[in-house]
Design a binder for this molecule. Structure first.
Ligand code: ADP
Ligand code: MG
Length: 171
């Protein structure tokens, strides 16, 4: 699907609807956002933040790796209490995710976890429910996006295989 970045709110809502539609799964909902630098991953998370009534500015967690935001209970049906925003760009292994307590966050059903650059942590233990692939479009502000909802939770490796983007660079 081709979208305009200026209309990213509609797409952000679509991802959130899919996440909520998973229903209670006994652990956090995990969404992978994949695609080149500047493709619109962080912009999408910022749009989600607005929809979820998050008051703070959402900034890229490139250096801190993980940021946690409280979701307004009165927004979006109260399904999630916290948005956990992870930028895995600087990570090299699942162990590094464990160091920042990823598994504790993943255990909690009230968390919505969004992972940018999941391809940096190619490990079966990194499991997600929804994957989004962003690509640059032909015109400025235009992006090609593809959303996949996994039937059962899938590892990041399955997700990457879906989009055939395991390049030599990431091997
Ligand atoms: N409405 C818009 N129209 C055109 N460009 C936009 C718009 N919103 C954001 N951008 C640009 O798109 C890029 C998206 O960056 P970002 O979301 O940080 O990407 P990523 O997190 O995927 O690296 C930025 O360069 C930003 O300036
Ligand atoms: Mg980003």
């Amino acid at each position: 699907m081709v979208i305009q970045l200026e209309h990213i709110d509609t797409f952000a809502k679509e991802i959130l609807d899919e996440a909520r539609g998973l229903g209670p799964i006994g652990r956090a909902a995990v969404v992978f956002l994949s695609g080149d630098l500047g493709a619109g991953k962080t912009t999408t998370v910022q749009a989600m933040g607005k929809i979820l009534g998050i008051k703070e500015d959402i900034t890229s967690p490139t250096f801190v790796i993980l940021k946690k935001y409280e979701i307004d209970r009165d927004m979006f049906g109260g399904r999630f209490e916290y948005l956990i925003h992870i930028d895995a760009y600087r990570l090299k292994s699942f162990t590094e995710l464990q160091k920042i307590k990823f598994e504790n966050y993943a255990e909690d059903e009230k968390n919505l976890i969004i992972v940018e650059w999941p391809e940096m942590v190619k490990d079966e233990k990194l499991v997600g429910d929804i994957g989004v692939r962003f690509e640059y479009g032909d015109k400025e502000g235009e992006r090609k996006v593809e959303l996949t909802k996994f039937d059962k939770s899938s590892s990041v490796i399955d997700f990457l295989n879906t989009f055939f983007i395991i390049t030599d660079f990431f091997k």
